[in-house]
Design a binder for this molecule. Structure first.
Ligand code: JCZ
Length: 263
């Protein structure tokens, strides 16, 4: 997979040299390039921001350097043999929420590019102009505000790259984790069986695989009901078996008209 990141802080992306992502890059599974937006400024002070038209607090990223910066990303990718344009992702608190389903869709793309804003964001015409040449999606990590797009790109790249074939050593870990099936994962434990007087749930030491699977399923349902009732309400009841439905009823959750709700 080809990944291009345009930013005024290339050093912010340095962690992508480390750990699992760094290994995926070294193994040639990911070709990640970071580009400095300032290299596409033309004034003496390499200015990337200006005051918001219409007034208001803070500064806005000027459009001029973005045109050549994105054109250069597309040109270099083409020269390297990529067919078609990249899918451009623009982190923004006003973007489409990133979910594991969206992450899977992104992992199926051959080429992603990222435009990192700073200040109050990027002049909207940059997104309009880019959308004439490539798919453009503003994406949000969640309902809170960061200082710029770089931290969001670190998170998105990590979430996407770990799904690529050969990046995570044991692919079974990708189907057992939170959000793989629309539910939160059950709690996990390791040795010692007693730590600071706290015992691991006895079922996990029993060797009884069916009982362990049932316990984990109930922990997963109970944890999701308590922490993320929104996920439970969005779950397709068709993914529940009779034992799940009976367990959820003990928590006050029932299937009504093809949906789960708390009554
Ligand atoms: C640029 N401020 C880009 C994204 N989910 C989320 N929260 N905050 C952001 C974000 C904030 C930004 C910029 C300037 C993304």
């Amino acid at each position: 997979m080809r990944l291009d990141v345009v930013t005024i802080f290339p050093e912010y992306l340095a962690p992508l040299d480390l750990s699992l992502i760094g290994r995926a890059r070294a193994a040639g599974l990911v070709d990640l390039r970071v580009h400095d937006l300032r290299e596409h400024t033309t004034d003496r002070h390499r200015t990337v921001d200006d005051a918001p038209l219409g007034g208001g607090a803070g500064m806005v990223m000027r459009p001029e350097p973005w045109g050549p910066a994105l054109a250069e990303v597309v040109r270099a990718g083409r020269a390297d043999g990529l067919a078609g344009p990249p899918h451009l992702l623009v982190p923004s608190p006003a973007g489409q929420p990133l979910t594991q389903q969206v992450v899977h869709e992104l992992a199926a793309q051959p080429w992603l590019a990222f435009a990192c804003g700073r200040y109050e964001g990027v002049d909207e015409r940059v997104l309009e102009e880019a959308a004439e040449a490539m798919p453009v999606t503003p994406v949000s990590l969640g309902d809170y505000v960061l200082n710029g797009g770089e931290v969001a790109v670190l998170a998105i790249v990590e979430a996407v790259v770990r799904l690529l074939p050969g990046v995570v050593g044991n692919p079974a870990s990708l189907v057992e984790e939170s959000h793989a099936d629309g539910l939160l994962e059950a709690p996990v434990y390791t040795r010692p069986a007693v730590w600071q007087g706290r015992e691991v749930p006895e079922v996990l030491l029993s060797g009884h695989h069916a009982r362990i699977a049932r316990w984990r399923r109930e922990q997963s349902l109970a944890r999701t009901a308590r922490r993320r009732p929104d996920l439970l309400a969005a779950l397709d009841p068709a993914v529940l078996d009779a034992a799940d439905v009976a367990f959820l009823a003990t928590l006050g959750w029932h299937v009504h008209g093809g949906r789960l709700s708390r009554r």
